[in-house]
Structure formats: structure tokens, C-alpha cells
Design a protein. Sequence first.
Length: 207
Amino acid sequence: MTVKVLNHPLINVLMTNLRSQETSSFEFRYTAKKISSLMAFEVFKDLNVDRKKINTPLESFLGVKTKDPKPCVISILRAGLIIAEGITDIFKDVSIGHIGMYRDEKTLSPVNYLIKLPSNLQNRQCFLCDPMLATGGSAISSLETLKQNNASDITLVCLLASEEGIKNVKEKFSDVTIICAQKDNHLNEKGFIVPGLGDAGDRIFDT
Ligand code: PRP
């Protein structure tokens, strides 16, 4: 399994704002989306393309276009929406899927409330978006859903991942790539990433 922690200075400045408790909900939303857009360059680095011949005003040129079937960007609701928005602001030629899920605050187990995906994910590059990889429960459950829909080329895109979450995903899905902006080394007793950034969904949507 490949794990890429970007730790890029431009992203790290924005992640510092995101982590700060002083950051308001609208700034948090704006910043999370901006970081996701910056991450798009790494996320789509291995995008499948076909050759495309065009004519410039001067002569013919052999360029590239997105390969069919198009990649699929999947948000784990709610908070994944903002990551998907940020990366698709940069690259729009994608299908979009949604997996509705929340983490039961007592058991920490993921509960599904919606699955809406393109009919077949076979041969598609799938980009699963969620700002937080904490215990890994939500990601693992979503990865199982994607596998049941024949996905085989999956990248998990997060802002912040915990060591434990990465380890748990790795144990179950050795073929999945994880790209995150930053990594923290532990979870507290409530399963929150520490020092973390709090509850991403609540901070994004001000709930
Ligand atoms: C948060 C977060 C992830 C999940 C991470 O979602 O956005 O989906 O928890 O935790 P895990 O790795 O331990 O599963 P939350 O349940 O708060 O739902 P929300 O996006 O609707 O706020």
C-alpha cells in the first residue's frame, strides 16, 4: 500500500489555520476546499489518459484526454463533500458518487444511510474523499462498498490521517493508496485525532 503524506509548506500553512480553534466555520470551509484543490495535483498525478490529436493554429499536436470510463470522485458524507468540491474545482471530467455515513458516537462504528454510485466502478479510478481518517471505520466500510461495486483502483484522499487509521486500512486493503495532507500520531479515548482539528463535519457545516 502507498501512503503519501504531502507535508507541503503551502498546505501546512493552511492546515495550521484549519486546526486552530479560532477559525470560523466559513473560514474552515474555504480553507478545507483550498487545501483539497492544492492536493489535486498529487491526487490526479497518475490519471489514466488516452492520446488525443488536435491542431494548434500552427500544426498538429499529439496531446492527451481523460480515458474512458471517467474517474469517479466519491464523497463520504457529510464532510467529504468539501474535499470532492476542492479537487473537482481543479479537474471536472469525473463522475461523482456519494456514500452517506456517520460514526455512532458511542460505539464509534460507521452507520450507512445512503449509497449512490455510478452503476459500475470496474476499470475506473476511484477517489474516495473524507477529511478525517481517525479509527478508519468509515473509510473501511466505504472501501467495502466500493469493492462490492467492482472498484479495484482506489485512492483515499484525506486532510488528516492518524497512524492507527492508516494501519487499520492497510491491514484490510493493502492495494489502496492513501493521500493525506498531514498525519497525527494518535487518537484520544473518544476516537478523535489528537491534536487534530476537531469534528470536521461540524466545523464545515457549523452544526
Ligand atoms: C467523521 C469524519 C469521518 C469519520 C472519521 O465523520 O468526517 O467520516 O468521522 O472517523 P473514523 O475514521 O473513526 O471512522 P462524522 O461521523 O463526524 O460524520 P459527518 O461527516 O457527517 O460529520
